[in-house]
Design a protein around this ligand. Sequence first.
Ligand code: ADP
Length: 165
Amino acid sequence: MEAQHVKAICPGSFDPITNGHLDIIERAAQLFPRVIVAVLENPNKKPLFSLMERVDLIGQVTAHLSNIEVSCFSGLLVDFARRVEGNLIVKGLRAISDFEIEFQMALSNKKMAPEIETMFMMTKNEYSFLSSSMIKEIAHFGGAVHDLVPPQVEKALALKFEHYF
Ligand code: ADP
């Protein structure tokens, strides 16, 4: 698959998007001509930010990237990828703890959709410990998150947790 024919998909819950996610998205946008950030709607999870809030925040923090599109999906990622004619799934890897589940998901996706490739990018050193759930916990208790999320997300978190201050 030649890079100019790649339509890459960066999937995730993004509840909310962090600098770790953004780093992976920016690197994918440098490598490939088209990147779709695909926000998962998981009815079994109760997110802090609604689907529309998550999509909106991602749109704001990726506004400087001209080849990014934000979309949402529920169900199987490979079905979504086929629907939008995506041919590459790009995921970030933080630590060995991510590896097992990501390995399992990549192999399952390959079995269901052999024409779709999965690629992993190593996290940036300074974001290797960063997760959306940790951000929510810090923000919940009034801790500083400004080095960990874009300013728009910091503001949105402050609004969500306002009643705790
Ligand atoms: P989280 O695990 O923070 O809830 P998501 O489910 O939204 O994140 O993850 C979407 C994708 O982003 C996954 O491939 C995940 O490995 C990757 N990712 C999440 N946080 C980071 C980070 N700090 N650095 C690199 N990749 C990350």
